[in-house]
Design a protein around this ligand. Structure first.
Ligand code: FES
Ligand code: FES
Length: 179
């Protein structure tokens, strides 16, 4: 036993403290950073890039508050390591406003009263953007199904569905949905 190395002598093939370089596009800007391999995309966006519009709710894939788009698809950024988005296009809520104008979904959420505490709103709008990018004319049932992974404790969802439906009917989401 005396000659056996202790656990700390063995080392690990992959340390969570290993630094990795990531290079990706965030809201149209090229970003290159050296970060710990264990950093989640959520922490990278909020802490490294200062994009605090993306929220952390549960931190384990259950609430959707951290939803962002990777190459146009909605993901829970708390479940993805930042380096896994290497080479990808990431869009956050900050990327929706163009030339000082809110995205039609943002306007619709305000106009329909779909924002109460607002904690779920960024993730909900990013999920909604993915819905309308894939299907510009969703039914209410389509919307309800597609946002089922995004939890809201305030609104009861009806006004959120109204807002997404109103944005779709406005016909203005198509040109704004490039991310
Ligand atoms: S914080 Fe990511 S799903 Fe809840
Ligand atoms: S508006 Fe408060 S959680 Fe949705």
């Amino acid at each position: 036993m005396g000659d056996m190395p202790g656990a700390t002598d063995i080392g690990t093939p992959f340390s969570v403290k290993s630094l990795v370089e990531v290079s990706l596009e965030v809201n149209g800007d090229d970003v290159r950073r050296e970060i710990p391999a264990s950093r989640t995309l959520l922490d990278f966006l909020r802490d490294d890039l200062g994009l605090t519009g993306t929220k952390e709710g549960c931190g384990k894939g259950e609430c959707g508050a951290c939803t962002v788009l990777i190459n146009g698809k909605p993901v829970n950024s708390c479940l993805i390591l930042a380096y896994q988005a290497n080479g990808c296009k990431v869009t956050t809520i900050e990327g929706l406003e163009k030339n000082g104008e809110l995205h039609p979904l943002q306007e619709a959420f305000i106009e329909e009263g779909a924002v109460q505490c607002g904690f779920c709103t960024p993730g909900m709008i990013m999920a909604a953007k993915a819905i309308l990018d894939a299907n510009p004319k969703p039914t209410r049932e389509d919307i309800r199904r597609e946002i089922s992974g995004n939890l809201c404790r305030c609104t009861g969802y009806v006004k959120i569905i109204n807002a997404i439906e109103a944005a779709a009917k406005s016909g203005r989401t198509k040109d704004s949905c490039q991310g």
